[in-house]
Design a protein around this ligand. Structure first.
Ligand code: MG
Length: 319
């Protein structure tokens, strides 16, 4: 959840946090429900009776002017990104995607008789769906004033093994995949590899499964809204605090972009102290950035100083 565009980040997230917290409290899961995890993680978990697998569900909206710009994203790139956002949540829970449902609200410019925009948009979805084993199983189409898309993905994970945000404990070590800040840099510079990074995020599905199967990771989240905010979410969900050093930066990205820039879609995860984490997975660096410490305030410290989950004013001046 959360806005993808920095200038909207603070107000959206402040509102989002308050609203989702209210909803989480109001949404009571009755005892014995097969919904074993509700609001507050990357996916909800549904446990079918007698099944060897738990099912994961996530949905993300993708709206023109909020999550993408028609002038920047080609239609196939927009389709790729719309699905990648939800697949990244499945990766964070260490699941395998099974199917997706795509609902699209199509404005006049995209549905004109000679427009191929919608076709190309679905090409982007279908290409990524094919490479990740995700079946496009349904959805809805409607006319409207703004192009808006909602993607729901169902994934699966062996029963009881989904990685959650709430499993980090004092003494656990904190790692990130890849290099951070590339997407924020690409949004700024609009060229080269950072631009590609911004336009075409790759959900870390294989890494998510590796974390569960080989590292027995204790918690994970995908970095959709920036390290400072997403690590804070892990800390709040786990009832702990975190001490980190500067994370690895995408070439050319500033420290601010690496700490607070959104849409990198790398994975942040924790492991117990005795686990040996390789330096890379399938060419993707895995870097230790700190450790979980005692404390219930959700505080993240960078080099010993509290790191704010940044707001509008600061973010708007990122360079
Ligand atoms: Mg997420």
């Amino acid at each position: 959840m959360g806005s993808r565009f920095p200038r909207l980040l603070d107000c959206d997230l402040q509102d989002e946090r308050a609203i989702t917290e209210r909803l989480r409290k109001a949404s009571v899961i009755p005892p014995g429900s097969p919904v074993i995890l509700g609001i507050g993680d990357d996916c909800a978990i549904y446990r079918p009776r007698g099944s060897a697998d738990d099912l994961l569900f996530t949905s993300d909206m993708f709206i023109e002017g909020v999550h993408f710009l028609r002038e920047t994203h080609k239609p196939a790139q927009a389709g790729h990104k719309a699905l990648a956002r939800s697949l990244s949540d499945i990766a964070a829970m260490s699941g395998a995607p099974r199917f997706c449902l795509v609902s699209l609200c199509v404005p006049g410019w995209a549905s004109a008789a000679n427009s191929t925009w919608t076709d190309r948009f679905f090409d982007g979805i279908l290409d990524l769906a094919a490479t990740t084993g995700t079946v496009l199983a349904g959805g809805d189409l409607s006319h409207g004033e703004t192009l808006a898309c909602d993607v729901t993905v169902c994934g699966s994970v062996p029963r009881g093994t989904a990685l959650r945000r709430s499993g980090a404990r004092p003494g656990h070590e904190i790692y990130v995949s890849g290099a951070l800040g590339g997407s924020a840099l690409g949004l700024d510079t609009k060229k080269g590899k950072p631009r590609q990074r911004h336009l075409r995020p790759e959900p870390r599905l294989a890494l998510g499964r590796f974390l569960r199967e080989h590292l027995r990771a204790t918690s994970a989240i995908d970095l959709s809204d920036g390290l400072s905010l997403d690590l804070r979410r892990v800390c709040l969900a786990s009832g702990v605090e975190a001490e980190i050093v500067a994370p690895p930066r995408f070439a050319g990205a500033s420290l601010e972009q690496a700490l607070h820039g959104g849409e990198d879609y790398e994975l942040l995860f924790t492991v117990t102290g005795g686990i040996k984490v390789p330096g890379s997975f399938e060419g993707l660096p895995l870097t230790r950035i700190g450790s979980i410490v005692r404390g219930g305030g959700g505080v993240v410290r960078l080099d010993g100083k509290p790191l704010p989950a940044l707001g509008y004013d600061h973010f708007a001046t990122l360079k």
